[in-house]
Design a protein around this ligand. Structure first.
Ligand code: BDP
Length: 604
């Protein structure tokens, strides 16, 4: 799906701002044909939760309503007018002037609808009913229950089957944009590069709607010069002496796509892309033919007040902090991030592992960690109770559709910490991996991010993965405070994976220890800043011994808000930065380490 941009033929209008808001107590039916009887207001884009001082609103599970008015300039009413939501978490019903125009389920991917026939001259009313409910059919997965209160009113409850707060609302920009009636619908770009000859063949596939005599694709370089052109819906444009998109040294070309009719360009769209090659071979992750070493983080979209809502200033700051630390990459744990963040990563040369919202596919998630001691149970009933295949297929389709052209994306993560060791897991995942491989025009590598119980012995799905991506907490959830034992276990497991799959690269996608900023201990006790640093030093030592170990993405970039639980004091404290982005002590150690590790060739 194309991002809304202004071009010579398109106008983008912004519907962000302060909207009317109310929670739906489900006592009286809300009629979208009437103006919303709301007394609250809410800023968009943002989560609603932290903008209120009312516990009832902050912790509301169920339905909420948003409404605002808008006008469309008369000359634009003759165009095709499209309403687009960057995301609406987790399910939305959208009404224009009281009539339902669209419905979308899934809180982390965009959706859009043509609304011309619903528009009126003058003031229009846009109303959105949202649900933040999650259950065993949704992604992420929630434990859903309901009961009645003393007055007999229905109370809905979502117990998150994952370790982040269930923020909800209109999280990303809401846009109106126009196109001509005959328009460019989608553009798919797959550059194939011959690294020796420094030549690329850029395959561009254009989908159009309506009537064009010709589709013209012109490739323009960063200096604004034409690098090649071709005519047709499916073309291959050659670029000689091509400039590569490299990690931390991004080069972006623009594919200018024009729909021409009667000698006139009627629609035009500029899609940026990068030329780079990604492969997995011989236990290495190669970018542009060189063995790449991932240094970086698992993150969250999580800031004060905005919650999970787009916060572009934080996005810019976070990338600057990453670069300063010598990091080159992050994972969009545990859901697709905003279009805006993906575009920023393309520009800044940040390497991204792009994850679906498939988190919580784990029948017995809880803060009872005895399961770690007891090991994997292949009879764990996860795949009997989860009914998420349809949602999973949908998010893979929507994620790849949205992010397929981003050069920053080098790998798709199909899920985080699913019960891949339990019977039924392979049957569940195989069709999803096949689907992702089929849909991605750039055929990027795939992974599933592995929970501690998924070991070389217990796991049932690792044949599907191109890269073994592990979340490991030896020395934190296991052997807490005992880094010696943790070191031995880390080494043993990594060697076992390497022996089992000598050709698959291995990386850590999570490892960390909760750390209370400002808590110091002469003994390096757990939760102290000293322990966090010791923990990272221990892990680094082992990583450097393992030949096929190609990357370290720690958990987490910053402290973040979670659901309530006795293991969480004001959220998860595994950040190397606080939630305000102040560095903890370990940031200095990691910064020294990462600034001395080259992006390429660290593991020869
Ligand atoms: C892993 C999860 C992540 C958690 C982390 C932790 O993938 O979402 O926040 O552990 O416990 O289980 O800190």
């Amino acid at each position: 799906m194309l991002y809304p941009i202004d071009t010579e033929s398109r106008v983008v209008m912004n519907l962000n701002g302060v909207w009317k808001f109310m929670i739906d107590r489900e006592v009286e039916a809300v009629n979208p044909a009437e103006p919303l009887p709301a007394e609250e207001v809410m800023a968009v884009p943002a989560s609603f939760n932290d903008q209120t001082v009312t516990k009832e609103i902050r912790e509301h599970s169920g339905y909420t309503w948003y409404e605002r008015e808008f006008k469309v300039a008369t000359p634009l009413m003759k165009k095709r007018v499209v309403l687009r939501f960057g995301s609406a978490t987790h399910e939305a019903w959208v009404y224009v002037n009281g009539r339902e125009v669209t419905h979308h389920k899934g809180g982390f991917t965009p959706f859009e609808v043509e609304i011309g026939e619903f528009l009126e001259q003058g003031t229009n009313r846009l109303t959105v009913r949202l649900s933040n409910l999650l259950d065993y059919t949704t992604l992420p997965v929630g434990n859903y229950s309901e009961h009645s209160d003393e007055e007999g009113n229905l109370v809905r409850k979502v117990d998150e089957n994952f370790d982040f707060f269930n923020y909800a609302g209109l999280h990303r920009p809401v846009h109106l944009y126009t196109t001509p009636k005959d328009y460019i619908k989608d553009i798919s770009i797959a550059p194939e590069v011959d690294l020796d000859k420094r030549r690329a063949d850029v395959k561009v596939d254009v989908k159009t709607a309506g009537d064009f005599d010709e589709v013209l694709v012109t490739i323009i370089d960063e200096e604004g010069n034409e690098a090649g052109r071709s005519s047709g819906n499916t073309v291959s444009v050659a670029i000689d002496d091509v400039a590569l998109w490299q990690p931390l040294d991004a080069y972006l070309y623009t594919a200018k796509v024009e729909g021409i009719k009667g000698g006139e360009t009627t629609d035009v769209y500029d899609e940026q892309f990068g030329v780079r090659k990604v492969e997995v071979a011989g236990g290495r992750f190669l970018i542009n033919g060189e063995p790449f070493y991932f240094k970086g983080f698992g993150k969250h979209e999580d800031t004060y007040v905005n919650g999970r809502g787009l916060n572009e200033a934080y996005n810019v700051l976070d990338i600057n902090l990453m670069k300063k630390m010598g990091a080159n990459s992050f994972r969009t744990s545990h859901y697709p991030y905003s279009d805006e963040m993906m575009r920023l990563c393309d520009r800044e040369g940040i390497v991204v592992i792009d994850e679906t919202p498939a988190v919580g596919l784990f029948g017995s998630f809880s803060f009872d960690l005895s399961i770690l001691e007891n090991g994997a149970d292949s009879k764990d009933g996860t795949w009997e109770v989860m009914n998420t295949s349809d949602a999973h297929e949908q998010v893979i389709r929507e994620l790849i559709d949205r992010d397929k052209n981003h050069p920053s994306v080098v790998m798709w993560s199909i899920s985080n910490e699913a019960a891949t060791y339990a019977n039924g897991a392979h049957e569940y995942f195989e069709p999803l991996f096949n689907l992702a491989r089929e849909l991605d025009p750039q055929k990027r590598p795939l992974t599933n991010v592995y929970i501690m119980m998924a070991t070389p012995e217990s796991d049932q799905c690792s044949d599907l993965l191109d890269v073994i991506a592990l979340n490991r907490y030896y020395g934190w959830y296991l052997d807490t405070g005992d880094l010696k034992t943790a070191e031995a276990k880390t080494r043993k497991e990594l060697l076992a994976w390497q022996e089992k799959y000598p050709d698959k690269p291995i990386m850590y996608t999570e490892y960390g220890a909760d750390t209370v900023a400002g808590f110091h201990s002469p003994y390096g006790e757990p939760f102290s800043e000293e322990y966090q640093e010791d923990y990272y030093r221990m892990n680094s030592k082992v990583f450097d011994e393992i030949d096929n170990f190609v990357g370290e993405q720690l958990w987490n970039f910053a402290d973040f808000q979670t659901k309530f639980g006795i293991n969480r004091v004001q959220g998860n404290k595994k950040g190397v930065f606080t939630r305000e982005r102040e560095p903890k002590m370990a940031a200095r150690y990691l910064s020294e380490r990462w600034n001395s590790i080259p992006d390429f060739g660290y593991k020869k």
